[in-house]
Write a protein that binds this ligand. Structure first.
Ligand SMILES: [Mg+2]
Length: 348
């Protein structure tokens, strides 16, 4: 379930919980915008500090985020509308694999044709394959089928494109790890049906969920319990590797496994216990090189969940923005609204 956060249910102050929920999309967007100028460019040295200077693949304006956050916003808006009862399904007991998932799929398609400033290969292939379902019932089923077919055909389908946008899914069921995991798999499989992509989303969403609900970063490791035993062993070894090497050791990071490792490394190898950790770890994530905006967006969702929106520096808050006309307060609001999602809107 996911009642409006309260001190009684979580054991931590309600405001703190809401700040953390507000930090998920804001952290994603800040990491994304910080990484945009350096995507596939020469890697920054340790003494160079990344700035939200724009450019990149868009090219983007200073502070503008890219496809990672645009797609996260598509997910969050569908969930937030369901939570408020204004979207399809509303509070009438809609199931995730139904109107709400269709709303996510519709938002993806609207973004593809009206908002996408850049787009990954796998995501483009699936959204184009499902384009004819736009506006009709069953858009999600068309997308799931296209993604499954592509994976089963042997095309490499384990890119980082579903992990980069998965943060808000961790807010859907703040008090239910198993349901969070099911939602993470399902939303991933809209475009990325490879089990590796789904498993990465399970781990990261559990990290986000646990960080918002109780603080800390241990949720990513605790998420291993949500995987089958052999898969938990595989991912435990990957997390071990990430904690023992700097983020650049996991480049190229277009593969979902190395993207997760680079983000986890950026977080766990950064010094600092306080909110300053958010900044240090995001800068560290950008120094991973290669797909810089995506690695930092992935890290940003978890860092925002852990340290909350107030940990985001004022200069970043003032600069960050992007499609569909969202600025920092909107991103914070969206996160809070998803976290307020009643259980009835996404159960089943
Ligand atoms: Mg991007």
């Amino acid at each position: 379930m996911n009642d409006t956060p309260s001190e009684a249910s979580s054991g931590i102050p309600a405001q703190e919980r809401l700040d953390r929920a507000a930090g998920v999309l804001l952290g994603t967007a800040c990491g994304d915008a910080l990484g945009v100028p350096y995507e596939f460019a020469p890697r920054l040295r340790g003494d160079q500090t990344p700035e939200m200077a724009g450019g990149g693949l868009g090219p983007y304006r200073p502070g503008e985020y890219s496809d990672d956050t645009q797609m996260a916003a598509c997910i969050a808006r569908a969930f937030a509308e369901a939570a408020s009862g204004s979207g399809p399904g509303g509070t009438g007991g809609a199931v995730l694999r139904g109107p709400v998932l269709d709303a996510v799929a519709e938002n993806f398609l609207a973004w593809r044709f009206e908002g996408a400033s850049d787009i990954g290969t796998q995501t483009r292939a699936i959204l184009d394959a499902a384009a004819s379902a736009r506006g009709a019932p069953g858009a999600a089923e068309a997308m799931l089928a296209a993604a499954r077919e592509r994976y089963e055909s042997g095309v490499l389908s384990a890119g980082n494109g579903s992990l980069m946008r998965t943060g808000p899914v961790g807010l859907c069921f703040l008090d239910d790890a198993r349901r969070t995991a099911d939602a993470a798999r399902l939303v991933s499989s809209l475009t990325h049906a490879d089990p590796l992509a789904e498993e990465a989303c399970v781990l990261w969403c559990e990290g986000v969920r646990a960080a918002v609900a109780g603080g800390g970063f241990t949720g990513v490791r605790a998420g291993l319990d949500l995987l089958a035993d052999d898969r938990a062993g595989y991912w435990a070894a990957r997390l071990d590797e990430a904690e023992q090497a700097p983020p650049e050791a996991f480049a190229p990071n277009g593969f979902v496994v190395t993207a997760l490792q680079a983000a986890w490394s950026a977080i766990t190898t950064t010094e600092g216990g306080g909110p300053g950790h958010l900044v240090a770890a995001l800068e560290n994530a950008v120094r991973a090189g290669d797909d810089t905006d995506t690695v930092a967006a992935i890290a940003g969702a978890l860092l925002g969940a852990r340290w909350g929106a107030p940990a985001v520096p004022r200069r970043w808050r003032a600069a960050v923005h992007g499609w569909p006309d969202l600025a920092a307060p909107d991103l914070e609001d969206l996160g809070r609204r998803v976290a307020g999602l009643p259980a009835s809107a996404l159960s089943g």
